[in-house]
Design a protein around this ligand. Structure first.
Ligand SMILES: NC(=O)c1ccc[n+]([C@@H]2O[C@H](COP(=O)([O-])OP(=O)(O)OC[C@H]3O[C@@H](n4cnc5c(N)ncnc54)[C@H](O)[C@@H]3O)[C@@H](O)[C@H]2O)c1
Length: 258
């Protein structure tokens, strides 16, 4: 059975979209959720929505690219929740340019959010998970949100594709290095998923038109929902996946199987 009873679960970028769905599902499965994000109003709203259902959630405001954020978050969670069982690195930004059109600032900001912040949070959390292994035999699990574009190329997504490819390899490297520490590290690779990120990049085209058009290109015939990604994350975070580490799990309706 998949459950996260009493597990302390950090979700970055948990204030909307896939991150909010992960936070809600992990809370429903018994987790004590710490959701982070930049938008205080949105974070407080998601926190309230989860608590209203009788589940545990706490919002910590912050930008994953801010200097010192990783250390601050770990300190904050250890002082409030006492341990960290699961880290979900979900916060991410999209950019749609080819190499020829990608400015340095765009490259830097995509990689700062999608790669460097993930590396820094993982690095900050490993010592806590190692200590937990020594104390009670339960280290923890990390789930990184990559993308189907970590697995295949895409037009006009040079910086984004490179950043998600980096996450795929960071996941595999960490899985090998930290298996001895009892830390499992996996990645979920969403395909087109109905969130602000997907809808905002399509300009004037309406929601239904976008979903219909993209749905026709996907083997399962429709765009994914945030809960589809959340379900894969919850599985990989739970003990049901206790012999799984270093995998890149596509949740893309078969789109990378063409
Ligand atoms: N939606 C898709 O089709 C799709 C496909 C593949 C991968 N993904 C990945 O899934 C993850 C979630 O994306 P989404 O679709 O929910 O997008 P979204 O834009 O709706 O949500 C992204 C979240 O990350 C947060 N975030 C971004 N930069 C941040 C920062 N510096 N500090 C703190 N929070 C920050 C945003 O505020 C937001 O809450 C991302 O990593 C994205 O790359 C999404």
């Amino acid at each position: 059975m998949i459950h996260l009873a009493e597990r302390v679960v950090i979700v970055t970028g948990g204030t909307r979209g896939i991150g909010a769905a992960i936070a809600e599902l992990c809370a429903e499965l018994g987790g004590r959720i710490v959701l982070t994000g930049r938008n205080e109003e949105a974070g407080t709203m998601i926190e309230g929505r989860i608590r209203a259902k009788g589940w545990a959630a706490r919002f910590v405001q912050g930008d994953v690219t801010a200097p010192g954020f990783a250390a601050h978050l770990v300190d904050d969670v250890l002082s409030h929740e006492g341990r960290i069982d699961v880290l979900v690195n979900n916060a991410g930004i999209l950019s749609r340019t080819s190499v020829a059109d990608c400015m340095d600032a765009e490259w830097d900001s995509v990689n700062a959010t999608n790669v460097t912040a993930v590396f820094q949070l993982c690095r900050a959390i490993v010592p806590t998970m190692r200590r937990q292994l020594a104390e009670d035999g339960r280290a923890g699990a990390i789930v990184n949100i990559a993308s189907d574009w970590a697995l295949v190329g895409a037009r006009n997504a040079a910086a984004y594709g490179a950043s998600k490819g980096a996450i795929a390899q960071l996941t595999r490297s960490m899985a090998i290095d930290h298996a001895k520490d009892g830390i499992r590290v996996n990645a979920v690779c969403p395909g087109d998923t109905e969130t602000d990120m997907l809808l905002s990049e399509r300009g004037e085209e309406g929601r239904e038109s976008i979903l219909n058009r993209l749905g026709k290109t996907i083997p399962l015939g429709h765009v994914g929902r945030p809960i589809d990604v959340a379900a894969a994350v919850a599985f990989l975070a739970s003990d049901a996946a206790s012999y799984i580490t270093g995998v890149l799990l596509p949740v893309d309706g078969g789109n990378t199987s063409w």
